[in-house]
Design a binder for this molecule. Structure first.
Ligand SMILES: NC(=O)c1ccc[n+]([C@@H]2O[C@H](COP(=O)([O-])OP(=O)(O)OC[C@H]3O[C@@H](n4cnc5c(N)ncnc54)[C@H](OP(=O)(O)O)[C@@H]3O)[C@@H](O)[C@H]2O)c1
Length: 345
């Protein structure tokens, strides 16, 4: 079903957990589509901004159950769990992703069987749950093409243990479907996110850097924030298309190619790479191509920005035209392209 079908989501009830860069953008878009939207955030300032966009907000910690009674007990047609690690290293991953998903499951179970559970209808606590996971669950490198069936595991994300919690959150999400608390579950494994207000590589080059830390010879695997939103809407539109989906754009570009292209747009020479990892860089640099064909075939996902060239063009034109690139960024800018939260692909 076409996610853009007029009226498709009108009046539907959406709950967003983790109203950050992606979740905040989807919450705003949903309110603009005429949906009834509630978003959970720990941040009162974020809550104020979302309220101005017509989103009901609840300030709370996802891993607690204190918010359960404050997110109306009428169930939800659509639920988006978009929380990030929230700081705090590995413990932060466990708390936000695993304890957070457990809390969502507990809330959904309380909704089960309640009369008038939104359009989800069939007595499930919630309709479709979309969880934005990460391609960081894949350990593959060496130029491999990585589809959803590729083995995942603890060695992934540089073997630092994050993959374990990301995969556990996926398991908990699918358990909600098996137990009948969610009508359908789609896990979107996101590649590195960039978009309006999130383009640190570009900013670094614009600031005049002629050398960058790290290497340039590995595939970046990026995806534009608005294409992630598109994938989320496509998943909400396809309750029958459940499972795991890789969400990455069509580029097969190395970091060197990306930086060279960006530098050219800025009228600068291509940067050199120091070969020394950036301070604080976690995990190994994995050289692989994330295969996005399943999401296109099964969800009908269409990329608005198939490669970084289309994605960065409007950002560059705003910046080079003297404008401010906060557009749609909701004030969450400043992260590294594809690396905020450091779970990028
Ligand atoms: N960045 C990447 O390149 C990348 C790559 C692959 C996957 N991902 C994943 O994609 C998703 C969306 O990423 P994003 O860039 O939108 O992340 P983001 O901007 O960091 O937003 C995530 C939000 O989650 C909220 N949050 C974190 N822990 C929470 C908790 N325990 N309770 C309540 N809220 C909590 C934070 O909001 P408050 O502080 O306002 O509460 C934060 O704004 C995340 O799951 C992320 O891990 C990211």
């Amino acid at each position: 079903m076409n996610a853009d079908a007029p009226g498709k989501f009108l009046g539907g009830r959406l709950v967003v957990f983790g109203a950050g860069y992606v979740g905040g953008a989807v919450a705003r878009e949903a309110a603009a589509r005429g949906m009834r939207v509630t978003a959970l955030t720990r941040n009162p300032e974020t809550a104020r901004g979302l309220a101005e966009a017509g989103v009901d907000t609840v300030v709370g910690e996802l891993a607690d159950d204190a918010w359960h009674g404050r997110i109306a007990g009428r169930g939800a047609d659509f639920v988006l769990n978009c929380v990030g690690a929230g700081g705090g290293g590995l413990e932060g991953y466990r708390k936000s992703y695993v304890d957070g998903m457990r809390s969502v499951a507990g809330w959904a179970a309380k909704m089960r069987g309640r009369a008038g559970a939104g359009q989800s209808g069939i007595g499930a606590g919630i309709g479709v749950l979309v969880y934005t996971g990460s391609t960081a669950v894949y350990p593959q490198s060496g130029g491999a093409v990585v589809g959803e069936e590729a083995p995942c595991g603890e060695r992934a994300a540089g073997g630092d243990g994050r993959a374990r919690w990301l995969l556990e959150a996926e398991r908990l999400a699918f358990a909600m479907q098996a137990e009948g608390t969610a009508r359908g579950v789609a896990v979107l494994r996101l590649a590195g996110i960039y978009g309006p207000g999130r383009h640190q590589l570009l900013d670094t080059l614009r600031d005049g850097a002629d050398a960058l830390p790290g290497r340039g010879d590995y595939y970046m695997n990026l995806v534009h924030r608005d294409d992630i939103a598109g994938a989320i809407w496509a998943a909400f539109s396809s309750p029958e298309a459940q499972g795991v989906f890789n969400i990455a754009d069509d580029s097969a570009a190395t970091r060197g190619e990306l930086c060279g292209w960006l530098a050219r747009q800025l009228g600068r020479p291509a940067p050199r790479f120091s070969g020394v990892a950036a301070v604080g860089r976690r995990g190994a640099l994995l050289h692989r191509l994330i295969d996005n064909r399943r999401a296109k075939a099964q969800l009908g996902w269409r990329l608005r920005y198939p490669t970084f060239r289309e994605g960065y063009a409007p950002i560059l034109s705003r910046l080079l035209g003297g404008g401010r690139d906060g557009e749609g960024g909701g004030g969450f800018g400043g992260g590294r392209d594809g690396c905020r939260g450091s779970v990028g692909g």
